[in-house]
Ligand binder design. Structure first.
Ligand code: TTP
Ligand code: MG
Ligand code: MG
Length: 419
């Protein structure tokens, strides 16, 4: 009898980090709605949702037409654009004409007059952003959000994450995202985030690029220093004035020389990244449970004597929390306040609404009620407003409509001055 062979010694696991970025994201989202524009030059810009409404109106004025039946000839063109808008993004077909993000639309019209112009639909963009990210975390749980269309993913311990340097897993993720959303993305896989971020641009659009430590000299050093995430226009200019344009030239500098010119931490950092070194972890962020804004006053304020100022600050905090919720796409149900008195004691109160909100006035009313439940006889050092029990906007049904505010200010306990 022969005994079972000993287990194969496991191949050493390498750190494999991916950076994934959606291709021409805002434009690609519009192409899902208007598939007849596929392959054409399309730019996103201008704030006119009206364009959409006009498009959808059938020419005989009889009702609406399905987006995908609108003839290409009916779409607005860049050459007819008048205004000061800038381009948010452009399809790859439009980029061939030199048109791209941050370019003025009138200037872009000279380069590519026949490009179709569409406005951005933020709600739709956010919906697809959530969808592609949740598709990733179902496959590879360690994901870090880096904005609306990009993420870092730690491939190291994910099945398939080591095969072909990460290419097998990258392909699976690309395919899954396409199946779920109809959108393409590009992925770079490398030993760390720094290199992965550069690598994801190598084969855009719809590409995968695998970078190993030993590729540094051939694939990273020839790139412009500006390709390093963290070297902006100013540092790039200063480096250029010192005769350094490529990452290789940066790597060749004595760290001390860089430190003398860019300061201790930046100089040392530049040298490190030019050598492709980066240990920063991929940090998974859980969904926020609440959002808050608070402010410590320049001087302690009294509820009666400084009533007007406190009222202004309070309203401002509510507006800022509401803006945070709206920008990040959340609604919340529990409205809370926090006070710190001049003796440093803290008081908090909260109130749960019967519907979710991201509206400043609604938050202000509920927070105002909370305020009536705390003692206001001492001076205040700090005031904070928080919205908790968060849900993604769109994930919860709309509640009953807001009760109409009473006619008279006096009759309405919610809008009476608070301090
Ligand atoms: P990017 O990933 O920079 O660009 P992109 O996805 O359009 O194209 P690429 O294929 O090169 O990745 O940005 C993602 C989205 O963010 C983009 O579709 C529109 C928006 N955006 C702005 O609103 N303003 C900007 O200046 C840039 C660069 C992007
Ligand atoms: Mg992108
Ligand atoms: Mg991006």
């Amino acid at each position: 009898m022969t005994s079972a062979p000993p287990d194969e010694p496991a191949a050493p696991r390498l750190r494999r980090i991916a950076h994934l970025d959606m291709d021409a994201f805002f434009a690609s989202v519009e192409l899902l709605r208007y598939p007849q524009l596929k392959g054409l030059a399309v730019v996103i810009g201008g704030g006119r949702r009206k364009v959409d409404e006009l498009l959808h109106q059938s020419p005989d004025g009889q009702g609406l037409r399905e987006p995908h039946f609108i003839p290409v000839a009916d779409f607005p063109l860049l050459k007819d654009y008048v205004g000061r808008g800038v381009i948010t993004t452009a399809t790859y077909a439009a980029r061939q004409f030199g048109v791209g993000s941050a370019m003025g639309m009138m200037k872009a019209a000279k380069l590519c007059p026949h490009a179709i112009v569409l406005p951005v639909d933020f709600e739709e963009v956010r919906r697809f952003s959530r969808l592609f990210k949740s598709t990733i975390t179902e496959i590879a749980p360690v994901m870090q959000d880096r904005g609306v269309d990009e993420v870092y993913i730690d491939f190291t311990d994910v099945p398939g994450g080591q095969r072909e340097g990460g290419r097998v897993l990258a392909r699976l993720i690309q395919k899954s995202i396409f199946d779920v959303t109809g959108l393409t993305c590009s992925i770079g896989v490398a030993p760390n985030r720094l290199l992965a971020k550069m690598a994801s641009e190598f084969n855009k659009p719809n590409g995968i690029s695998i970078v190993h430590e030993e590729d540094l000299k051939d694939r990273i050093w020839p790139l412009n220093v500006r390709k390093i995430n963290g070297i902006g226009p100013k540092a790039g200019e200063k480096l250029a004035s010192l005769g350094i344009t490529t990452i290789g030239q940066l790597a060749a500098q004595d760290p001390q020389w860089l430190i003398e010119r860019f300061g201790k931490s930046s100089g040392a950092w530049m040298h490190r990244v030019a050598w492709g070194r980066d240990d920063s972890p991929v940090v998974t962020e859980s969904e926020p449970v609440g959002m808050s804004r608070e402010t410590t006053f320049d001087r302690d304020l009294h509820a009666v004597r400084d009533r007007a100022e406190l009222g202004r600050i309070f309203t401002d905090l509510c507006e800022r929390v509401a803006a945070d919720l709206q920008r990040k796409g959340y609604v919340g149900k529990t409205i809370g306040i926090k006070l710190r008195y001049d003796d440093f004691k803290i008081a908090t109160r909260d109130q749960t609404l019967d519907r979710y909100t991201q509206d400043a006035a609604t938050i202000r009313r509920a927070a105002g009620l909370c305020l009536k439940r705390v003692p206001l006889d001492r001076k205040l050092r700090l005031l904070g407003v928080r919205v908790g029990t968060l849900e993604r906007e769109g994930d919860v049904p709309d509640g009953p409509p807001e009760p109409r505010p009473p006619r008279s200010r006096e009759a309405d306990p919610y809008t009476r001055p608070l301090f």
